[in-house]
Ligand binder design. Sequence first.
Ligand SMILES: O=c1ccn([C@H]2C[C@H](O)[C@@H](COP(=O)(O)OP(=O)(O)OP(=O)(O)O)O2)c(=O)[nH]1
Length: 138
Amino acid sequence: MLKVKRLSPHATLPTIGHPGEDIGYDLYASEDLTIAARGAAGVPTGVAIEFDPPAGGVVKTRSGMAKKRLMCNAGVIDAGYRGEIIVLMENLGDQEYEIKRGDKIAQLLEHPFLAKEVVEAELTDAARGAKGFGSTGK
Ligand SMILES: O=c1ccn([C@H]2C[C@H](O)[C@@H](COP(=O)(O)OP(=O)(O)OP(=O)(O)O)O2)c(=O)[nH]1
């Protein structure tokens, strides 16, 4: 279950486009806002959430918006966060982008709580080791 607390009368509660199939909840803007070309903004959703414990969430870009170069940044929602979900959006395009209250702006994925104790230690060998950044080719 996703518990949702409405923080603004203008909020649209998260929805699932295709229940039982889509893995993300759609998130909606609760305010009108313009993001300047090459600019960024925190878009309010007017909601706070609580997943079944112990879980948090990840806010991800919708593919349709990525096509328009409107990307979500940051996006880690901690399991204990009870504040308003803010969608941090970056407009990588050359045109300003208008967001209207009620627009679907991002998707929220549930993420299990996986963080464990931090222990300083020697690490085991692995085939990849420290190779990365294109080491396997293009
Ligand atoms: O895109 C985002 C990212 C984060 N948050 C909220 C939920 C998250 O639990 C909290 C803190 O985020 P994060 O841990 O990324 O921020 P920080 O800059 O590391 O701050 P803190 O020191 O409070 O952890 O802010 C959002 O609403 N939207």
